[in-house]
Ligand binder design. Structure first.
Ligand SMILES: *[C@@H]1O[C@H](CO)[C@@H](O)[C@H](O)[C@H]1NC(C)=O
Ligand SMILES: *[C@@H]1O[C@H](CO)[C@@H](O)[C@H](O)[C@H]1NC(C)=O
Length: 216
């Protein structure tokens, strides 16, 4: 008997694990003080009941003609639930509001859940030559630098002179053509809550043509 109980428990754990994995987690980034908006997946029927949960706790609840719209715990004074759409809005988000948000519409638990992640603005980036002591004979690159410890996920773009922004990495190599022909490089950092650009960085390899052959 002992063994079959063990197998039974293992099977249960397996099933529980599988159903957990089927939940589709959407990361939702926010900054302290932001208003966070979470939407349920669309349902075809009229919405007659809504339960939003924060981790395993009730956050907001409404059942047509049965339970008045009710907000719970720390969310009480800063939450609005639209009972027509199921859209939840939480104002003045704090770091302590990081967690897993899930919703049940018309008594159906939705598979899509939201993981909220608190992040900070990206820093104002600076462009640096890498390696610092590089010269024309070695491979030179540029780095878009700034402390992004609490700002991930960050993406980067680069601009040559007054050109278009181009997506890239935090580092880029300089071609000899660029060394000769580009006056300034600008980089931009972007994350889901902010974006900032560096000042135009003067290309140290660029040399103005001598007087007479000047061409701007
Ligand atoms: C709920 O959302 C719908 C659609 O966006 C909007 O028309 C309606 O005014 C909202 N209801 C409330 C109470 O805000
Ligand atoms: C939310 O923040 C605003 C200022 O940004 C403040 O006026 C308001 O009282 C805050 N509300 C709550 C519920 O903390």
């Amino acid at each position: 008997m002992g063994r079959s109980v063990v197998y039974g428990v293992l099977l249960l754990l397996l099933v529980a694990n599988v159903s957990f994995c089927q939940a589709q987690t959407v990361e939702k980034y926010f900054k302290v003080g932001d208003t966070l908006q979470l939407s349920p997946q669309p349902v075809s029927a009229e919405i007659t009941s809504i339960v939003w949960k924060y981790d395993k706790y009730l956050l907001a609840e409404w059942v047509k003609d049965a339970i008045d719209l009710t907000y719970y715990s720390k969310f009480k004074v800063r939450t609005t639930l639209n009972t027509t759409t199921g859209v939840l809005e939480i104002r003045n988000m704090t770091a302590a509001d990081t967690g897993l948000y899930s919703v049940e519409i018309n008594n159906q638990v939705q598979s899509q859940v939201y993981q909220t992640v608190e992040i900070e603005d990206v820093p104002q980036p600076e462009v640096e030559v890498k390696p610092l002591a590089c010269d024309r004979s070695s491979t030179c690159g540029l780095k878009c630098y700034g402390d992004i410890t609490n700002a991930e996920p960050v993406t980067y773009s680069w601009k040559k002179d007054d050109g278009e922004w181009e997506d890239g990495q935090d580092r880029r190599d300089l071609t000899s053509l660029e060394m000769d022909s580009v006056k300034t490089f600008t980089c931009r950092m972007k994350n889901p809550v902010s974006q900032k650009e560096s000042e135009a960085f003067k290309n140290p390899f660029y040399q103005e043509k001598t007087a007479g052959t000047e061409s701007e």
